[in-house]
Design a protein around this ligand. Structure first.
Ligand code: S3P
Length: 450
């Protein structure tokens, strides 16, 4: 088999990923493992820090985002051992017991770190905190968490009417609320639940559609009282429970597996087995969407590991057809829409994605960035205010594209380039390390290059 040349060029200022597709004969093969789930990794570190006793975390994601969480919670007084995938030990300091750090807490590129941590900090009376992030995070909306926290009595200051980081927080004794969230966001929901954890009484969040429920599952496992009502997508936490340290086993991240699912589906004669992937039903929208498009994906060896459903995913190449994606499935595949757009580029017919305006306030404006970068390669993607229209079936040609410092854009473009003639150069490829530090190595492996 002739193989594409996948090369990483490293300069002082950035990394560029070069993918040179051979004229014929590329097929992707192999068994791979994806890194630990990012959402679960953040929550394990945070709840471990708030619990009494030791939490042991196996399979933690070693990406930049969980590293930001670990740094913040070390500064808040938790003892967190060196991060590795085998075993991380967190010696918790107890809920309500976090220390006032001597410096500004930096969440880096991570919205989950900043938004969830805000709920925790705002409910720590008598301490003052300052939080910030990188230039992407400092431009992302924080009023979605600041406003409900203010309803609970929180004191938070920031730029643009307290809506942008850097933020300053004077911790307070909060009061419980019932919050009708206008958006289906696990970050908003989790922020309020974590504030409710340290607030006497019952704090409830109602969502317009169900978002990922990792916080609910893990809070229960750590000993908090959490009840869910699927009829109105509400969740209630009872405050002032003591958390106790647990053993957490982090499954592989379905958001990272999604790149290989699409790669296996679009590259002729491919077959990939992705082992140990989390298949929590609040995250499996991508499997349903690719299924609607005619992808050949099988779940094997389905099991439950430490309170989360897990499976091995086998994907084989198949012709894809267009589909329509909107409504309640959107929060269940929100992070996978850039790679879904890549699948749609190679599908027959016109795919329409709607109700996904949230993509405009992710690590980049993912609607505008994925559309513009795929169009540079010859795709026909039209931006909609809340989604995209993608006319499939136009052949792509390699060219220079840019990640816009967004990890999921980098990896989506790399998969698109496997089906584009010539050489694609993805500038700003270092962004992948936010959620997938070994992405290039795995790409080389399945292309038969490693
Ligand atoms: C996350 C929730 C999602 C997702 C993000 C991780 C989480 O964000 O996009 O990558 O871990 O709670 P929203 O809740 O803001 O949609």
């Amino acid at each position: 088999m002739s193989v594409p040349v996948v090369t990483l060029k490293v300069t002082e200022s950035q990394q560029s990923l070069l993918i040179q597709k051979p004229a014929s004969g590329l097929s992707l093969q192999g068994s791979i493992r994806v890194p630990g789930d990012k959402s679960i990794s953040h929550r394990a570190l945070m709840l471990g820090a708030l619990a009494q006793g030791e939490t042991q975390i196996r399979g933690l994601l070693l990406g930049e985002d969980p590293r930001s969480t670990a740094e913040c919670f070390r500064a808040l007084g938790a003892e967190i051992s060196e991060l590795n995938t085998e075993l991380v030990r967190v010696k918790g300091i107890g809920s309500g017991q976090l220390l006032e750090p001597h410096d500004i807490l930096n969440a880096g590129n991570s919205g989950t770190t900043l938004r969830l941590m805000l709920g925790i900090l705002a409910s720590h009376p008598g301490r003052f905190f300052a939080v910030t992030g990188d230039s992407s995070l400092r431009s992302r909306p924080m009023s979605r968490v600041v406003q409900p926290l203010q309803q609970m009595g929180a004191t938070i200051w920031g730029r643009k009417g307290n809506s942008l980081a850097p933020l300053a927080i004077q911790g307070q004794q909060l009061k419980p609320i019932t919050y009708n969230s206008p958006i289906a966001s696990a970050q908003v929901k989790s922020c309020i639940l974590l504030a409710g954890l340290m607030t006497e009484g019952q704090t409830t969040v109602i969502e317009p559609a169900l978002s990922r429920d990792h916080s609910e599952r893990m809070l229960k496992a750590f000993g908090a009282q959490v009840s869910q009502n699927p009829e109105n997508n509400s969740v209630t936490v009872t405050g002032l429970a003591k958390l106790s340290g647990q053993s957490v086993i982090v499954p592989g991240d379905i958001s990272s597996a999604a790149f290989w699912l699409v790669a296996g589906a679009i590259v002729p004669d491919s077959e990939l087995l992705i082992e140990n992937v989390g298949v929590n039903p609040t995250r499996t929208g991508i499997l349903e969407a690719l299924g609607m498009m005619g992808a050949d994906i099988q779940l094997e060896n389905e099991r439950e590991v430490a309170g989360e459903p897990v499976a091995d995913l086998r994907v084989r190449h198949s012709g894809l057809k267009a589909c329509q994606i909107s409504g309640d499935i959107i929060p269940r595949l929100i992070d996978e829409i850039p790679i879904l757009a890549v699948a749609a580029v190679f599908a027959e017919g016109t795919t329409v994605i709607r109700d996904a305006a949230e993509l405009r306030v992710k690590e980049s404006d993912r609607i505008s960035v994925i559309a513009s970068q795929l169009n540079l390669m010859g795709a026909k993607v039209t931006e909609l205010p809340d989604g995209m229209e993608i006319v499939g079936g136009t052949p792509l040609a390699g060219t220079d594209v840019d990640s816009h410092t967004d990890h999921r854009i980098t990896m989506s473009l790399a998969i698109a380039s496997l089906n584009a003639s010539g050489t694609t150069t993805i500038n700003g490829a270092e962004a992948a390390s936010i959620s997938y530090p070994n992405f290039t190595t795995t790409l080389q492996q399945i292309c038969g290059q490693a």
